[in-house]
Every structure is written in C-alpha cells, then in structure tokens.
Ligand binder design. Sequence first.
Ligand code: SAH
Length: 370
Amino acid sequence: MDMQPPREDWRSTPVPDDGAVQTTHVDAAMAKASCAKLGYFEDKYTELLIRQRPPIRSPLIHRGYWSRVEAIRRTVLRFLKKCPEGRGVQIVNLGAGFDTLYFWLREDTARWRDDLVFFEVDFPEVLSKKVAALQKRQSLWPMLDANSAAELVSTGSSGMREIRTPHFRLVHADMRIKPELSDAMSDAGLRGDLPTLFISECVLVYMQAMHGDSIIEWAASAVPEAPSAMVMYEQTNPTDRFGKVMVENLAQRGCPLLSIHDYPSMTAQRERYLARGWDQCQLENMNEVYSRYLDHKDVERIQKIEMMDEFEEWHMIQAHYFLSIATRAPGGQKSAEDERAGDNWIHHLDVFSEPGPAVTASNGSMPDAS
Ligand code: SAH
C-alpha cells in the first residue's frame, strides 16, 4: 500500500472485510507495473496480467516500490545461490497476489534453477483471476511448461481451476485457517525435505496477529527435514506521528493494519519469529536497506529516473517499513564446529551485508540529504 491522504468521502472507518484485503494486490500490481514502465526494474509480466493500463505513480511511490522489489529479489537470489544445487529447492510466496517473481527468475538462466518449484498462495478469489489472466496470455505458457490451455489449467479436487505445472503451483487457501493452508500445500506437492524460502510481502500485517502467528509457526514446521527461511516486508512503528497517520489512512481505506499494534516494532517482530520455531531473525528498516544493502550503482541509476525532492517524507516512509529474514535448520542451531557439515548455510544468506562503497549522490539516498 502507498501513502495517500484518506479520501474525503470516507467519514467513518469501514468494517474490514476480506474483499478489501484482497484488492491490495491490485494496488501492488499497478504500482509495480508503473515502476517497470519507467525502467525502475525489469518486469514485463505484471502489465500483461492486470487488465487496466497502470496509472503512472509518483516518484516517491516508485522509489518505495523499487526498494521493496529489489530487497525481495536480492533475498531470493541469495537464497538460491547459497542453497546446494541440483537436489531440489522450493519457494512459497504467501499472499502472492499478482506478483511475477516466478517469471523474473524463469526468464534468465543466470537466475533460474531447474530443481526449483515455486508455489503461490492466495485466496481462491484472487487466484482464480490470476488463472484466468495466465490462461489469456499464451506468450507466457512456455515459461509455465505448458503447450496448451489444457496443459496449463486443471480442475482441482475442490472443483477449482488450478495451475499445477512442474515448476509453478497456485495454491488456493485462506491462510488464516492452518489446516486449510497445510492441506492445500501438501496437495500442491510441498515437500518437507527440501530447502525452502517463504515470502510474505505486505500480507501478515493485514491480518489479526494470531493468524499471522499461526502462519509463521506453520512455515517453521512445514519443512522439518531441510533448512528454511522466511522473508517478510511490511509496515512498522505505528505509534509516532507519521505512524499514526499511516495506520489511520489504511484503516480509512478499509484495509487496516490489523496486527501492527501487537507487533509495533522490529524488536517485537524478531521476538515473534524466535518464539515460533525460527532459530534466528535479522531485520533492518528500509532506510538502512536502501542506503546500505541494495546495489549502490542501481540506487544511483534509479535516482536519475525522476526528480524527487520530498526527502523528509521519503525517509519517514522508509522508516515505517522493514525487511526481516528468519532462518531455521533442522535440529535447531548447530554449534560452530558443525557449521560446515550441517545446514547452517541458511543462517548466512548475507542479505544484510554491504554490497559496495556508500552512495555519495546528493539526491536522497542518505539521510542527511533531506
Ligand atoms: N505479496 C504481493 C501481494 C500483496 S497484497 C505483492 O507484494 O505484490 C496482499 C495479498 O495477500 C492479497 O493478494 C491478499 O488476497 C492476500 N491475503 C491476505 N490475507 C490472506 C489470507 N488469509 N489467505 C490468503 N491470502 C491472503
């Protein structure tokens, strides 16, 4: 979600419903398509899947989405690079919406691995739209290992139209219901013995804390015989002035940040993961991610795409989003001597390691530029 003032005709906070949360995927897809159009990042796929032409968004929103997408992509590449090759690997995008990460990986042999299976989980209402969109885009079928509509779409046990190709599986489930999630994942072929990365990009914050907790706990136990990681990107810090406005805006739009007050800080989020089966959890706010951990040349490149002078607001927004990476290995954390032999590579994804010299450009990458 982006930061916009509440519309004037919303006088009272509407009761949240699943429909409002489901449509947050449209906001995300439109903003990502707008970024791609202007060259912030490569993504020819989102625009193919959404029905409308994306309205071009503001430079602030583009920069925010660029850093969000880059942070997730960087994490995914680190995970795939560190994970032993050829023995199988899984990625599970929880609340995937119309995300196109699978296609971004698949389009480039330097990124793709033939032993990867990619799962996308979302409400049936959202995924049925994605199935229909993919079915219309024949140009995408080869990337899904399908030669025909019949090879692409099948009818599942529940009667729903599904996509279950060798490398790409859509999983229709309300993730708040643990047995529904775990049964649907087993049905889609999730294996408990392959290294797995779970992704949650602007998803858990929109549900009640106990539901997000149960998903975090499920993910920690879903792959008992292999190492796993969970990357999350979402809002934080609801209690300062800016945070209160952010919380209020989203509540007014009908998709309140239902768990943000239960986990109001990065420290609280870290504890949340450690208490639910994860061995380690590293987090950084998005100001840090942007100025220290994303590729500096790329930061310089995107800063030249559009003029932006709202530095104060930019740093405020970024201070209210964070990236976290929780990791676990079977049998818990091993001692230092066991490291080389064991699965401890998962604890060394090095997403928060500096890629190069600090950016010196004066157009907004460093906090003192404001
Ligand atoms: N991760 C995507 C989409 C974010 S929008 C991206 O960043 O582009 C949030 C998504 O989470 C929506 O598609 C919504 O339908 C999904 N979602 C929220 N609660 C869910 C639930 N209980 N079960 C399944 N999906 C859910």
